[in-house]
Write a protein that binds this ligand. Structure first.
Ligand code: ZN
Ligand code: ZN
Length: 354
């Protein structure tokens, strides 16, 4: 698989008239070479590739890396990167300008590496997932959705947001997850109006709406799911908001298909919320790509130029946030297929009053 991905990267580099590419991103190491470590550099020339890492990881690299040579680098790393570039040759070496620090750039420049800034060459390739990636994403999503269902069965008035978050993380690990995809959001009662309210000390109370936004990592791949449930009967305004968000999320999912503009998926969900009079209470984009990072391409927002393709994996997550009252968000991670969106985070969406 690594060989195929490096070959696909070569085609992208050729289009940009680049002779090679240097990356320091751990997600790129895993994607392009199979290396699970997070330190070093991957140097990819026209017909050679070298993964440089340090003594902590070299044994792992020798076992894991496919499609590239491995070597232990000295200190500083830049000397060995420059040496590899000289050996592989070429006048134009790309790097991702959004992912390389200014210090690293200067060090490489001082070593005489002919650097050409690029943006998102590997990220663009990573947008469309192959079968191996889809299988991992599917599992990451199933673990998150199943663990969340179990957590929803267990929550009671008096339990704190942090207790629920801790239980969820433990349960996901028991089910095979490597760890949480991000710090879980558990926002109850009036805190529900905070779209990114981290789990805190608040105890659940009867009448609360509680928003859980959780996910896990599985072989490097992330999942992302949000469900909002009620404890007892929430106020009528929040019940109404829930039904609007549910319809908006369904409209967003229905708009997902190959060839659709990501901005149209955003508009499909946003229009439902705006028509119900809640437009000003939905401030964020409708979704994002999911893969080796929790937020990656494509971007599902009104400003996005991305066009959807089969094999992309993305979220659809509209919400309504009423300051001082509470909030509702419903989110699924979906796979774009030739037939449209396939939901990977399968879990009920009708309002549950526990
Ligand atoms: Zn989320
Ligand atoms: Zn998300």
């Amino acid at each position: 698989m690594s060989e195929e991905r490096i070959a696909a990267l070569h085609r992208r580099l050729a289009k940009e008239s680049l002779d090679g590419f240097i990356t320091f991103m751990e997600q790129d190491f895993l994607y392009l070479s199979g290396f699970s470590g997070d330190a070093g550099a991957l140097v990819i020339g026209r017909d050679d590739a070298l993964l440089l890492t340090d003594s902590r990881y070299i044994e792992t690299a020798e076992v894991e890396v496919r499609g590239a040579r491995t070597a232990k680098h000295g200190v500083p790393l830049w000397h060995d990167v420059a040496q590899a570039v000289r050996e592989m040759g070429g006048e134009r070496w790309g790097f991702d300008a959004t992912a390389v620090s200014y210090d690293a750039y200067r060090q490489l420049e001082e070593q005489g590496v002919p650097l050409v800034p690029t943006k998102g060459i590997v990220l663009a390739q990573r947008m469309v997932k192959d079968d191996e990636e889809v299988a991992k994403l599917r599992r990451a999503c199933a673990i998150a959705a199943d663990a969340l269902e179990e957590a929803i069965d267990r929550i009671r008035p008096g339990m704190t947001e942090r207790e629920a978050a801790l239980w969820l993380e433990m349960r996901m690990r028991e089910m095979g997850a490597e760890g949480p995809a991000f710090p879980f959001i558990v926002a109850s009662g009036p805190r529900g109006s905070l779209p990114h309210g981290a789990a805190g000390e608040r105890a659940f109370a009867t009448g609360d709406m509680v928003t859980f936004d959780v996910g896990c990592r599985y072989f490097g791949y992330h999942s992302d799911i949000t469900r909002t449930v009620a404890l007892g009967t929430p106020q009528a305004e929040l019940q109404r908001a829930y039904e609007v968000v549910r319809a908006a999320q369904q409209a967003g999912i229905a708009a997902v298909k190959p060839g659709a503009a990501a901005s149209d998926v955003d508009a499909a969900a946003r229009d439902v919320i705006a028509r119900a009079g809640y437009g000003e209470y939905f401030g964020h984009g409708t979704g994002h790509g999911v893969g080796l990072e929790i937020h990656e391409w494509p971007q599902i927002s009104s400003r996005s130029d991305d066009i959807l393709e089969a094999g992309m994996v993305l979220t659809v997550e509209p919400g309504i946030y009423l300051p001082g009252v509470g909030g509702v968000r419903i989110e699924d991670t979906v796979l774009v297929t030739d037939e449209g969106a396939q939901v990977l985070t399968v879990s009920p969406k009708a309002l549950r009053m526990l």
